[in-house]
Design a protein around this ligand. Sequence first.
Ligand SMILES: [Zn+2]
Length: 203
Amino acid sequence: MTRMNYCPQCASPLARRFDGGRERIACLAEGCGFIYFGDFSIGCAGVVVRPRGNEIEALLVQRGQNPFAGTWQIPGGYAEHDEVLSLAVEREVQEEAGIVATVSDVVAFRHALAGSSGGPSTNVYFIFRLNYVSGEPQHDGDEIAAAGFYTLDEMEDIEGVQGLSKWGIRQVLGSKSGSGLSVTSMGDPNTWQIYGLGEGDSR
Ligand SMILES: [Zn+2]
């Protein structure tokens, strides 16, 4: 059970209130109305592929820190609360692997309840296809222990490649670029995004 004693909006002591079919932690202070609906987070990760001769190689990073230190995965992380997803995933790819890549489309997402994937919050994790632009894999040696481009065959010989990452790479290799959910330009693209099927407009 979540330990929350004070309202994050008005600092009054929290109580409980029946809302939406269940009892929830809530603030009963007049004029506040805060209700705790749970702990949610949004993650994103990018599949960046590029040709190597007749083969295709995909970008992987090795986690340097727990949870799951030593395992390999496609680069990614949490989106900040004030950051749109497509920019979050481009940032994570650049921060973790030193690769500049631009979002093409969303190929899959995972919904995991709190704790089931090792995280503290119920999480939606989007897997993007990105177009490689420039750079060679680099890593900071701390959060990320190693980074590189590998073919699926090579990944078979690397210990601890996350199954979901390999699955995401196969989703990308088995579908046409842009065939997933693409950002369409409606409204302010820096504050809200709509993802739809078909050819997306540029961000
Ligand atoms: Zn309150």
